[in-house]
Design a protein. Structure first.
Length: 542
């Protein structure tokens, strides 16, 4: 049986009739007949009759319920990557299966929705996080004590973890190691003798902190993580890293790239004596002293900042790099600092004081200029009458203007191994990695407030390192397919894909996937992961 629409004309008007007709066979051949006329019924009723006659199940709208509809798009990609990268084998050394699943859930949550461990159960609600990690979707509570005990399972096993991750990420030897430091502060009290006050890269000197030392390859895949005391000097971290990389991973012939904070004379001599090659950036003061050794016809005023300039002095190789954009940036930064400082100097001078303490006022001015990062640009004094006087250091400013846009790189690698363009490229890789480290910091948006044990602070950072490693591996694959977006942001966008159960009165429940938006569908095709969503995965237990 079927619904047939028949058009007819009467008095120049067209009428449409809707008839339910039945087909049947006779000895004379196929025939059909009209069962009833449904033209007078509402359109939505006619549609339901047509759908029912075509074999589709129909039910009243109030009886249709979408239950257990959960986000899972980003989790599906992470679960697939987890299996492909062999992380189940990496975690096989953790004896308790539940601990392995809880560690996996914390790593996934760091990428998709960074949160405190106490809040993980709330953030996981509405997602398939538990099911994706092999836990019971209905009963899992992500108890905070259970999460901490699972983290404790990393104690004594981390060296094996790093070796296993290194072997899976790098089939060939590593030829370039990028090394950088960052810091993480505590909102509350950190563990004693481990958290400490020191130079804060987050501009939170009033908070105790720890330092993270991270080594990565040229594409940003992390190799090694070390958690250090918060008051550790940058220059004291490099030699320990070199020893660890050599013993743990067998990296002894790579070019090591690090920033100026670690380029002390002792470190550079140690690298030279170990016959290890390096690329580092030296200070502006070193650049200025180097320029003084050059002839007048090679002074910076005559340099083309769009080109690299290599200098060899006393047997050492230097590369001076820069650019017009960086030159303008340096000039604008100095102008802003000086303008703010002058406005504050004028305000301090205009304040009427009953009794002036010249020493106290001069100290106040000095601290203000330090905060504004403009102390070196001004000379100031408070005269006997208590009047603040200042002037710009015009000669120093002129010398700095001549160096705008320039920075000095130093290497001990021979030209045959690393020419000036490669030296510059290696340092640019380090700058890119510094931006990638922002992802590592984003995984620690919820800071370790109540971690009073040093081992739990370290394990907290190791969870973040594992999340960083997983997203970096995915990022390497996706960049090869032309996608430059940040992996965590893309995975969070994919979470709009949902899986659920459709319950209809009188019919069996059916699993379904909600419609995928066009932009997400295009992203899935670009990343070549559309097959992951052809049907809900087996682990998506609702």
């Amino acid at each position: 049986m079927f619904v047939q629409a028949t058009k007819s004309k009467r008095a120049n008007k067209t009428y449409t009739s809707f008839l339910v007709r039945e087909s049947f066979r006779t000895p004379q051949g196929p025939r059909s007949r009209t069962v009833c006329n449904i033209t007078g019924l509402p359109e939505h009723v006619r549609s339901l009759i047509g759908a029912a006659l075509s074999g589709k199940n129909c039910a009243p709208l109030d009886d249709v319920h979408l239950s257990h509809s959960l986000d899972y798009g980003g989790l599906a990609v992470l679960r697939d990557a987890w299996d492909r990268f062999g992380l189940n084998e990496v975690f096989a050394s953790v004896p308790n299966p539940r601990d392995r699943s809880l560690l996996q859930s914390m790593i996934f949550s760091r990428i998709l929705f960074p949160c405190a461990k106490l809040a993980l159960v709330d953030e996981a609600r509405g997602t398939l996080l538990a099911s994706a990690c092999g836990l019971d979707q209905q009963s899992e509570t992500f108890d905070e004590d259970d999460l901490y005990e699972a983290m404790d399972a990393l104690n004594g096993r981390w060296v094996g973890f790093e070796k296993n991750l290194f072997n899976r990420a790098f089939t060939d030897s590593v030829s370039l190691v990028l090394y950088d430091l960052t810091s993480v502060y505590f909102e509350g009290d950190g563990p004693r003798k481990f958290s400490a006050y020191g130079h804060s890269r987050d501009y939170r000197d009033e908070r105790p902190q720890v330092i993270l030392a991270v080594a990565a390859d040229r594409e940003g895949t992390p190799i090694h993580l070390e958690v250090l005391r918060g008051n550790r000097a940058d220059t004291t971290t490099l030699q320990g890293l070199l020893t660890t990389l050599g013993r743990r991973f067998g990296i002894t012939e790579a070019i090591f790239v690090f920033d100026g904070g670690m380029s002390s004379t002792i470190n550079l001599k140690e690298l030279d004596s170990a016959q290890l090659h390096f690329v580092t950036r030296l200070s502006s003061a070193t650049l200025l002293s180097l320029i003084k050794e050059l002839p007048r016809d090679q002074q910076p005023q005559l340099w083309d900042r769009s080109k690299l300039m290599e200098i060899t002095l006393e047997g050492k190789r230097y590369v001076v790099a820069g650019g017009t954009w960086r030159q303008q940036r340096d000039a604008d930064r100095r102008k802003v600092r000086m303008t703010k400082a002058e406005a504050e100097l004028a305000r301090l001078k205009a304040i009427k004081r009953r009794k002036v303490d010249p020493q106290k006022l001069a100290s106040q001015v000095g601290r203000m200029l330090e905060r504004k990062k403009a102390h070196k640009y001004f000379e100031y004094e408070v005269d006997a009458n208590g009047v603040l006087q200042w002037k710009k250091k015009e000669e120093l400013i002129a010398k700095e203007e001549a160096l705008d846009g320039l920075y000095l790189l130093h290497t001990n690698a021979p030209v045959e191994l690393c020419d000036s363009k490669q030296v510059f490229g290696h340092y640019r890789n380090l700058l890119d990695i510094e931006e990638a480290f922002c992802q590592l910091k984003s995984y620690m948006e919820v800071r370790p407030v109540f971690h009073y044990r040093p081992d739990r602070v370290r394990n907290h950072m190791r969870i973040c390192f594992l999340a960083y490693w997983l997203s970096a591996r995915l990022g390497r694959e996706w960049r090869a397919k032309g996608e430059q977006g940040e992996v965590p942001r893309l995975l969070r966008a994919l979470q709009v894909i949902r899986v659920g159960t459709l319950s209809v009165s009188g019919f069996d429940s059916k699993r379904l996937i909600t419609s995928i938006p066009d932009d997400i569908n295009a992203l899935l095709k670009k990343l070549d992961i559309l097959p992951l969503f052809a049907a809900p995965p087996r682990w998506a237990a609702l």
